[in-house]
Ligand binder design. Structure first.
Ligand code: DGJ
Length: 528
């Protein structure tokens, strides 16, 4: 029997199972408004397909689904599913409900205009925020009801096809402009006792808790009771907001899953620089220091995901791929290094998927960005046609390799290449040391060299990537030389290996040129 998708964990390795098999999201997220018009959406999805994505991340918005309270219109939901299916794309809907980038701009007019029923959060200055207070139970009830209706519809229209594989609940939540909501409800909750499950968690998991949270708790004397300020001191505002946003998003997810039990995640607007005060970035969102709080507050959320627009791509992946959190990058900067970042996330950090933002603004050689390029240029996110070609080639190679990537990840037989210096770098894989040589210096005009290396069984290596070459050496402490028994270029179609040239003579090198491609080798040890 074919089941709907789910996130599973075996020891520390997480996988997204789609149709019962591990799946890798080679994604692209549409601009915010692209799924609000089906004619426009068609053009955007053509570009997604041309970039060799297997999955599109696309908004479904509360204001358009429930324009009048209790009257639902699913035209755009149905249209999105049909248009994606026609292009053989899977879909990750983004539920833009009460919160989108820490504001309530996607709430329907009947919510926006009723501040009595849906009171706003209050900033430290006393001004109302553009966001409804996260402590407003009526807001949560209505948002959850709408999300549940959407999930019911998706089940009715899609259970037989399973186009939808994962769902994002809300978008980059938190409070902007103030570290803590100062509305009367929030003030009362802030003065009340910290919930017992959070205190118990801190006592039980001390060693595994994120350092900022643990240090705040220890700094206040490891209290086992008290109000937020007493238990968390200077971090209290953010922990308080994280608990309430986690509970809110968790409750919305739970209502949706009761209708159709698809895996769900929440995404984070990250801290932009060390020491940045909460409120300058959304206070209470799932930034890495708040992951423990979120996981406890929102058990219906399978994973917490970073939106990576900062240059420290590798370090941010590492920060989110620990402590039982499965890594997914639902939004990444659209830039020259997109393909490198895809290899980095999947090869080095076991990500379930990668997805640049504003994917339809990625140009290809004969196809300029379809729209949005001007607006996004102003955000400093541009990419050349070469970057688009490189991403498409990377996705094509990774698409074929996906089943093997999942298999090798589970067996710990995977390594990632990501150029940070001049090299050579040394990696260990499949009982060998691999010396990685880069074709060009770092900080050249070109993006960093990157790739993924797999050793499905001893003596066999498969690699994909660009801009580097690999020497095979015996493991540390072992003598001797390693050589090829056979070396191929080629590709995977499904699970079938389609060999290209057999490489020997002048091409006798495990080498990846500028266009991402696949190499496969069997090696042996030269006897003495
Ligand atoms: C992050 C948000 O999550 C997206 O919806 C979009 O607004 C981008 N920022 C734009 O840069």
């Amino acid at each position: 029997m074919i089941t709907i998708s789910k996130v599973v964990r075996k020891e520390s390795v997480a996988s997204l199972l789609v149709d019962g098999r591990p799946y890798v999201i080679l994604g692209g997220e549409l601009h915010n408004s692209s799924s609000s018009n089906l004619a426009y959406l068609d053009r955007a999805l053509d570009r997604v397909r041309a970039l060799a994505c297997n999955t599109v991340l696309a908004p479904i918005t509360w204001e358009l689904v429930e324009p009048e309270e209790g009257r639902f219109d699913f035209t755009l939901v149905d249209g999105l599913l049909a248009a994606a299916r026609a292009r053989d794309l899977r879909v990750v809907p983004l539920w833009f409900g009460m919160y989108k980038n820490a504001e309530s701009t996607y709430a329907p007019a009947w919510v926006k205009t009723d501040a009595t029923r849906f009171p706003r959060a209050r900033l430290a200055s006393g001004e109302p925020a553009r966001a409804v207070s996260v402590l407003c139970e009526e807001g949560r009830r209505c948002d959850a009801r709408a999300f549940a209706a959407v999930m019911r519809r998706i089940k009715a229209m899609d259970a037989a096809f399973r186009t939808v594989i994962l769902v994002q609940v809300e978008n980059e939540v938190g409070l902007l402009g103030s570290p803590r909501d100062r509305s009367p409800m929030a003030e009362a909750a802030f003065a009340a006792a910290v919930p017992a499950p959070l205190l118990t968690y801190l006592q039980v998991h001390q060693g595994g808790v994120r350092p900022e949270l643990r240090d705040a708790w220890i700094g206040c004397g490891r209290r086992v009771a008290g109000n937020w300020a007493e238990v968390f001191g200077p971090l209290a505002d953010e922990v308080f907001m994280a608990w309430h946003f986690g509970r809110y998003v968790g409750a919305v997810a739970e209502a949706g899953r009761a209708e159709y039990d698809l895996p769900c995640f929440a995404n984070a607007w990250l801290v932009q620089y060390a020491g940045q005060p909460a409120g300058e970035y959304p206070s209470g969102g799932p930034v890495s220091r708040m992951l423990d709080v979120w996981r406890l507050a929102a058990p219906a959320i399978d994973l917490l995901a970073p939106d990576i627009y900062l240059p420290e791509f590798d370090a941010i992946c590492a920060d989110y791929a620990v402590g039982g959190n499965a890594l997914l990058i639902p939004e990444a900067r659209r830039e020259e290094a997109m393909a490198a970042n895809a290899f980095c996330a999947l090869g080095r950090h076991g990500a379930l998927g990668f997805s640049p933002f504003g994917i339809e603004s990625v140009g290809l050689r004969d196809a300029p960005p379809i729209d949005g390029a001007v607006a996004l240029g102003s955000l400093g996110m541009t990419s050349s046609a070469l970057a688009g070609e490189r991403l498409a080639a990377a996705y094509r190679t990774l698409g074929g390799l996906a089943p093997l990537i999942a298999e090798c990840r589970a067996a710990g037989r995977i390594a990632g290449v990501f150029q940070e210096g001049a090299g050579p770098d040394l990696l260990e894989l499949g009982g060998c040391r691999l010396r990685i040589h880069y074709h060009r210096p770092p900080q050249s005009d070109l993006p960093p060299a990157a790739g993924i290396l797999l050793s499905p069984r001893d003596g066999e290596f498969i690699g994909a990537g660009y801009g580097f070459a690999v020497d095979f050496l015996p493991a540390a402490g072992e003598a001797g030389r390693i050589d090829f028994l056979e070396l191929w270029e080629g590709e995977f179609r499904g699970v079938e290996w389609i060999p290209g040239r057999r490489l020997n003579g002048d091409e006798y090198r495990f080498r990846f040129d500028e266009v991402p491609g696949i190499r496969r080798a069997r090696i042996y040890r030269i006897g003495s």
